[in-house]
Design a protein around this ligand. Structure first.
Ligand SMILES: C[S@@+](CC[C@H](N)C(=O)[O-])C[C@H]1O[C@@H](n2cnc3c(N)ncnc32)[C@H](O)[C@@H]1O
Length: 248
């Protein structure tokens, strides 16, 4: 089955480079994913192709017109479509969302806002989810949609190829990934940790798990606290030591 992704956007050209190279483009070439766009401007009721209006109650920026947006969305949405309002006011998108959307969905429309965003009545009537990529404001939803599309594509079976799996990346076991090293074994007087050259897979796995915990405790204590009860006592102790000393 092909997972169809549609960007609802006033600026379809912004997506073009992303479709030419990399993992997402490979997924398209293999027909595992497909991509198309719909532009609300093509559904405007007047010759000037007006898509926005001043906000009721005053305020900065223009708001996208609900009738035009409804018509544009109707032209691409079907019964199996899930609609995501890409918005800083949404829940924060993460790997769990990406995995779920890749597994459960046949067609996703990403509503990319511009200016002051969409009329709330359009969002309330038509969006299944409101998702943000973080606590900062972009000038449009297109870069956020690209982030979500790329991340969802990684969970579509076959997109990453046989040798790579999204399951080994950061977040999949609740922690950030351990640091990675490649050749040479000694770079500018900095040798790679000896255990990684030992060939002892059990030791390497233990070492990596410790590094994951250390890094996550330092950078993202919120993630460690989320899985606290599933950690062994010695892992909890390691995290507590990092928090006490701030050691790397
Ligand atoms: C200038 S923003 C509008 C911000 C809106 N007035 C607010 O304060 O919530 C224009 C569009 O960019 C997108 N956008 C901005 N920041 C985003 C974020 N962190 N995550 C997802 N989309 C974002 C949304 O689609 C939004 O409609």
């Amino acid at each position: 089955m092909t997972l169809r992704m549609t960007a609802f956007t006033l600026f379809p050209k912004l997506f073009e480079p992303f479709l030419e190279e990399g993992v997402f483009a490979r997924g398209i070439r293999k027909s595992l994913i497909s991509f198309d766009t719909v532009n609300p401007k093509d559904f405007a009721a007047d010759a000037r192709r007006t898509v926005d209006g001043h906000p009721f109650g005053g305020g900065d920026g223009m708001v996208l017109l609900p009738e035009v947006c409804h018509a544009a969305l109707d032209s691409v949405a079907g019964v199996n479509t899930k609609v995501i309002h890409v918005s800083p006011a949404g829940k924060v998108f993460n790997n769990a969302w990406a995995r779920r959307l890749a597994a459960e969905t046949e067609h996703i429309v990403f509503l990319c806002g511009r200016y002051a965003g969409f009329d709330e009545r359009f969002v309330k009537n038509r969006a299944d989810y409101e998702l943000s990529i973080g606590d900062f404001v972009l000038s449009g939803g297109e870069p956020a949609a690209v982030c979500m599309m790329d991340s969802i594509a990684r969970f579509v079976p076959g997109v990453l190829g046989n040798t790579v799996s999204a399951n080994a990346d950061s977040f999949e076991d609740g922690l950030l990934e351990a640091p990675q090293y490649t050749h040479p074994a000694d770079f500018a007087g900095q040798p790679v940790p000896a255990v990684l050259l030992s060939g002892n897979h059990a030791e390497i796995a233990r070492y990596r798990r410790k590094q994951q915990l250390r890094r996550t405790a330092l950078q993202r204590p919120d993630l460690v606290l989320r899985i606290w009860d599933s950690l062994s006592r010695s892992e909890q102790k390691l995290a507590e030591d990092v928090w006490k000393t701030g050691l790397k």
